[in-house]
Design a protein around this ligand. Sequence first.
Ligand code: DON
Length: 568
Amino acid sequence: MSPLHPLARLRASLVVLFLPLALQAAPVPTKIPAAGPGHAAIASAYPLASDAGKEILAKGGNAFDAAVAVAAALAVVEPSSSGLGGGGFFLLRRSSDGLETMIDLREMAPGAASRDMYLDRDGNPVPGLSRDSALAAGIPGEPAGFAHLAKKYGKLPLATSLGPAIRLAREGFPLYPRLRGGMEFKKNAFLKTPDATRVFLVDGEVPALGAIIRQPELAASLEILAKSGADGFYKGAFAKKLVDGVRSLGGNWTEQDLANYKVVERAPVIGHYRGARIISASPPASGGVALIDALNILEGFDLDKVDKVTRTHVIVEAMRRVHRDRAVYLGDPDFVDVPVARLINEYYAAGQRASIRLDKATPSAMLPGVDAPSPGPSTTHFSVLDAKGNMVAATITLNFFFGSGLMVPGTGILLNNQMDDFSVKPGVPNGFQLIGGDANAILPKKRPLSSSTPTIVAGPKGLMILGSPGGSYIPGMVILGTLHFMDGRNAQEVAGAPRFHHQFSPDVLQFESDALTPEERKALEARGHTLREGTRKWGNMQVVTWDYATNKVEAASDPRGAGVGLVY
Ligand code: DON
């Protein structure tokens, strides 16, 4: 017998470490205690928004009313990240009957949108058109989402839950460092519309810290929503004002587009990992599918028993594979057949797992191709749990900082630039370097694919509600957050843990400086990974946890941001 080649020996020892587990543990019944924790918890990206939720709970509202209050307050105090001009996803769980649903309030492409609308005559993307212009704005879903959530699931009138936000918009709030940084970044965009200039700048400059930011027009727009509900926003005089304003800025909205906007309730995607039930966002959000597929792949490895380099390598290989599938298969399910059931099936993951080499990175180019012809405070997540056990994981967004930065005259409403989340041309990376093809091509009324991953992890002993902004980084952050929670870390540790990321293309392993030691970096390079150290922190994760045995509830806001977790 010839002696084993050293590589073969390595492989043989790794096989011992990575004995494949049974393909997937039998699905566990959800054991979330029906009575609720007896305490409520809110984690959001800014204290005034968490306070707004608390105020509404104190008035007798449930988690769903509080979610309206938090989201509306964020539109005012964190206008860089979400707003009435944007959209998102609310993942809900109702304690009385265990109903789990996702409210899709994602933007819809205007009727005048077309596949090549951001390309020039030679078929090349026009720089900035899908991000910095009024043509970058999809039809917003957040106002309709608020009305739907309040009416169908809340206990209080919409007007009550919008109250704190209206007050904050009218009376103002003191400018804080994180928002001021975003305003500096977007100053030139604000100067393009008189309304944004007036609201966010003083003499053409970003005001000093502590300056009071008042938004009377936004207060009036919120009041219209409070008084007349979604119809007051999407139809009639206000809709006309929005359309005239957007068209005066070079946009293509029509009154018909606004009247056509529809909130859609969709079944969340469900998976299982080491005895936990994973409930997450379904398409047109891509994060839940990516999360569940990654966890299915990882369940076949004994992650606890391996060194950190091998653990990181395997997680990165799972991230690479799920992002490849995102680029190929995912899009708005109302327009394309998304093979969700296949992608979250454990046998599919077993095939992906089998293609992972433990000693070497798989170059992204070696995975079946994606068909080409043939930072910071943008987007926001919050997590709410009420004393009865109702819960909301919500990720809402204008896309990049302050969306396009353009403000619709007389409304206080910033336009999103969510159209950039479509694939403007097969194979051409968007603002997050994500690529896509036909499944995420632009069509009238279609919703752009999102990386949002609002998620509930119902473990055997306790539960976690989590999510984050961060564009393409989001699914990876939630994958890591879920692994940390299942390893027994608490809410603050989950929110604060250092992060690494891989999104298939570009084929690089990105990492926060404190995520990998110099030795670990070298070892990962030796396995064939191209490493890139992130120059800034990404994400702003908001985590709520509930331990069933003790009924201890924790709320943690990412230490990278300016938020707060409240428990009471
Ligand atoms: O829905 C999406 O995937 C993007 N519009 C999210 C953008 C984002 O998270 C920006 N945050 N830093």
